[in-house]
Design a binder for this molecule. Sequence first.
Ligand code: PLP
Ligand code: COI
Length: 338
Amino acid sequence: MELDWKNLGFGYMPTDYNVRCYYRNGKWGELEVHSSQKIDIHIAATCLHYGQESFEGMKAYMGKDGQIRIFRWKDNAARMRSSAKGIKLAEVPDEIFHSAIVKAISLNKQFVPPHGTGASLYIRPLLLGTGPEIGVKPSKEYVFMVFVMPVGPYFKEGFKPVDMMVCRDFDRAAPLGTGNIKVGGNYAASMLSIEVAHNKGFATALYLDAREKKYIDEAGPANFFGIKNNTYITPDSPSVLPSITNKCLQELAKDMGLKVERRKIPIEELEELEEAGACGTAAIISPIGKIADPASNKIYTISKDGKPGKVSEQLYKRLIAIQYGDEVDKFGWTEIVS
Ligand code: PLP
Ligand code: COI
């Protein structure tokens, strides 16, 4: 496959095959391989009416050694089960999750971007309530699907600072709502505010805690972290998604001799941050340049020279070195797909 690997954006692209598994009569069936990009779905499926669906985001990386690596898949599988518990979906066992992603990668090997291009194969596991219900109740039938596509950076700037806008007029998720699980409704709830931020020239929206509007929650598609006094700081909030990338960065920060604090971050503290970034599978690390808070007429300039901070850069380099197999993975995060 010849693609312009170095200039890929983050967008949908068809690949050859997707993998599906159906849940009927209280149990999961066998994995199926499909080449159609469409699904045949009941008009009364619960995913369509009541948002009974969950998805995950993962990546596969081509190493210099020609081996394809996946990253912390067990954490994604566990998070999807936590999402399933939260909105009453059938839970996908590890074995099915793992075989489906490995099969989807293997069947679409030609789409795994070559080492050194900075691109990777994005993996999208998706779990839908497919049974017909018209009252608000969980479906009795589900489909779990995995499809893949080659991607570049989520923010077109790549590893360069982007500006974000605090959206006080919107909440992405409520403290006792679904922000801590990965369900479609959270993203539907974020679209208008992200569009508002885009229209004002910002890369995405940054949300505050919904209860008090005092503390930083997270960005539209990624967690938030800051660096100050040799400390990695990230919000402790019931409404942010427990990011696997963020968990890795906390471990890497400790390994690099930084302190790690998971705590509430008052918005005014942005003034004191030496560096800040958004982190996630798609975003990897997106350094943050400025954060505007139009409601209080404030602009917090985090990157004074328009460049990523030193600590963010070290974290970024180590994370991708492990993911692409360039650095020994002493944490046991990667698995080679045979
Ligand atoms: N926060 C939100 C809202 C996300 O959509 C994502 C992406 O999955 C993340 C954070 C980052 O999570 P992870 O690092 O597990 O990809
Ligand atoms: C990811 O980082 O994988 C995500 O799911 C974020 C996004 C594309 C919504």
